[in-house]
Ligand binder design. Structure first.
Ligand code: PLP
Length: 404
């Protein structure tokens, strides 16, 4: 095996430099642990941007992938395959009544959702085509999704912008209502904003948005790419929100990515059947979407989360961490707020740390993330043990406390 400097040199030579990669080569993972090419061990509190919801190399997922790999890899969506159907049934056990479209990524599932919202808005000669999204949101990197994403930085240099996407302040209902017109087809929002800094809306906001969409015939899309699959202490984060009647605020379409594949490329658009039915043959598709190996793994993820009670586990560990971080003496004067739900947490630092913060975490043996300049983001596997979580938090606290 080549040594680390040689691998890094080859990486710089052969890989496009669109990622701000750290100078570390990860070679092995097990549960919440990672090892690099020099044998150093880390506690992974970011789980591959939330993708490895059950940690690295989970035995049940390896079994699901290898058993399916021996049966059928890919056949295309001109045929039915049971892994797709079984996985859709698993989603249906925990989500609102719906039907699934499968693709490979969060951006693609949001593309599908926005297309479907437009299709619905243009039924019977309708002229609805605009999609409203929220500032500080993130919906992906395709041309349409950088227009939906509520942060102009992602669009810089890629103009002209895809038209029809309007960004308004998140959590400010009056501004959202004012942006709606007769051409509005959809509203897309994350139940809790991830990339934007783990931002939580006022408690009544989602219900008001639902009501507005109902009144104006607008398709409501919840982007649960970050928040889905138990991460926030509910199967899907919108299940934290209730309306006046006490019932859950339900979207017309929900999109999933990241965790739903456990680290394999899976995206899902889950739509209410009366909306989904508009996507007739020829309207949309994805050659490798619903690939049997990915589907077998995705379905196993749901089975394991159910079997091991991991939604509750995420909630318990998250609550414990919020209480600990808010009380932690070493963080006094260093942080302004701890936000989030379950195991999707943001610690807002008083000052944006100088470059190299994540590396300083790595040196202490913890993988963490910094987003929105000054928010330390934690999103470990939701099956992380209580001990590993506490040890990881010790390292996070020491990393923050050491900043000037
Ligand atoms: N939606 C949200 C809320 C996300 O956080 C992301 C990625 O971070 C995406 C969509 C895009 O997902 P992908 O990178 O899989 O295209």
């Amino acid at each position: 095996m080549p040594n680390t400097p040689d691998i890094l040199q080859d990486g710089k030579k052969y890989l496009i430099g669109n990622y701000a990669r750290l100078p570390v080569v990860m070679t092995r993972g097990e549960g919440a642990r990672l090892w690099d090419s020099d044998g150093k061990e880390y506690l992974d509190l970011f789980a591959g941007f939330g993708g490895c919801i059950l940690g690295h190399c989970h035995a049940d997922l390896i079994r699901a992938a290898t058993e399916q790999a021996k049966e059928l890899w890919h056949v295309g969506n001109t045929f039915y395959t049971t892994p797709q159907i079984e996985f859709a049934k698993a989603i249906g056990r925990h989500a609102f009544e719906g039907q699934a479209f499968f693709c490979h990524s969060g951006a693609e599932s949001n593309e599908a959702a926005c297309k479907l919202a437009r299709l619905r808005g243009q039924q019977g000669g309708g002229k609805k085509w605009k999609i409203i999204s929220l500032h500080k949101s993130f919906h992906g990197r395709t041309l349409a999704m950088i227009a939906a994403t509520g942060n102009p930085a992602y669009r810089a240099g890629f103009g002209p912008e895809v038209p029809g996407f309007i960004n308004v302040d998140g959590g400010d209902f009056a501004k959202l209502e004012a942006a709606v017109d007769d051409e509005t087809a959809g509203v897309i929002m994350e139940p809790i904003q991830g990339e934007g800094g783990i931002n939580v809306y006022p408690a009544d906001y989602p219900a008001k948005v639902r009501d507005l969409c109902d009144r104006r015939g607008i398709t409501l899309i919840f982007d649960e790419v970050w928040t889905g699959c138990g991460r926030t202490g509910k199967w899907f984060a919108h299940q934290h929100f209730t309306g006046d009647s006490g019932s859950v605020v339900t979207p017309d379409i929900m999109t999933l990515g990241k965790a739903v594949g456990g680290g394999l490329p899976v995206g899902v658009m889950w739509a209410r059947p009366d909306v989904a039915k508009l996507l007739v043959p020829g309207t949309h598709g994805c050659t490798l979407g619903g690939n049997p190996i990915c589907m077998a793994v995705a379905r196993m993820i749901f089975d394991v989360i159910e079997r091991d009670g991991l939604v509750r586990h995420a909630e318990t560990l998250g609550n414990r961490a919020v209480a600990r971080l808010r009380d932690e003496k070493k963080l006094r004067d260093k942080i302004t707020e701890v936000r989030g739900r379950g195991l999707m947490l943001g610690i807002e630092l008083k000052n944006a740390p100088p470059a190299g913060f994540v590396e300083r975490g790595l040196a202490r043996g913890v993988v963490l993330n910094l987003t929105a300049k000054n928010v330390v983001r934690l999103a470990p596997a939701i099956n992380i043990s209580g001990n590993d979580w506490e040890t990881g938090l010790d390292r996070v606290i020491d990393t923050i406390a050491a900043e000037q």
